[in-house]
Design a protein around this ligand. Structure first.
Ligand SMILES: C[S@@+](CC[C@H](N)C(=O)[O-])C[C@H]1O[C@@H](n2cnc3c(N)ncnc32)[C@H](O)[C@@H]1O
Length: 194
């Protein structure tokens, strides 16, 4: 990253912390957002091995974990570069789950995972880092594992990283619409071959 990218990245992290502190992201728990978490849960049920280990990149305060409800997993690791969101997630004491304060740009998983999820976080990775970060995480996806990506609206400059990746095969790609105009998400599920 050049110095300008580094500055924007630092500023973005400060903004996320401030927003989590002020409660701005409580909206993620609203009914309007519920359908995208539900679709991720459905993709896990359809494509992940039974009782998977899950890595949630940019997990915020752990809403996805809470929304998984009765879905059974062996381990859940949420990673986020906002210390405030991680503090809130840790405070929930969610079973079989850990939350780590770490920038995905510097995150190196200590194990493989059966499901790796970018739930509304991939577009925040600086363009110069997207390929490297994605590849490093794919190197930690188990052979039977699934990559799930949720992106708000059309995600310009994002989907090509998945759709054109030589080792990724698309299993599903769906647009989740809502009653609110211009509020929709695209959610893709991928297998990785090596
Ligand atoms: C729109 S929120 C989504 C939160 C959560 N995934 C959800 O949908 O409930 C985006 C999250 O990505 C996190 N994030 C952005 N850039 C990040 C980075 N470089 N490393 C780790 N987390 C990051 C933010 O702190 C924020 O919590």
């Amino acid at each position: 990253m050049n110095i300008l990218d580094k500055f924007h990245h630092w500023r973005r992290r400060r903004r996320w912390n401030k927003q989590y502190r002020s409660g701005r992201w409580k909206s993620l728990k609203s009914d309007l957002e519920a359908s995208r978490y539900f679709k991720i849960k459905q993709d896990l049920e359809a494509f992940a091995p039974k009782n998977p280990s899950i890595l949630d990149i940019g997990c915020g305060d752990g809403v996805l974990n809470e929304r998984l409800g009765d879905f059974e997993f062996s381990y859940f690791l949420g990673v986020d570069f906002s210390s405030e969101s991680i503090k809130q997630a840790q405070g929930k004491n969610l079973p079989k789950s850990e939350f780590e304060h770490c920038d995905v740009l510097h995150f190196v998983p200590e194990q493989t995972f059966d499901a790796i999820i970018f739930n509304e976080s991939f577009y925040y990775i600086p363009d110069t880092e997207k390929s490297r970060v994605l590849q490093l995480l794919l190197d930690h996806l188990s052979p039977e594992g699934v990559l799930i990506v949720s992106i708000f609206r059309d995600g310009p400059g994002c989907w090509e990283y998945f759709k054109e990746h030589p080792n990724l095969k698309e299993l599903d790609h769906e647009t989740i619409t809502t009653s609110k105009e211009m509020t929709y998400w695209k959610i893709g599920a991928y297998k990785c071959s090596r």
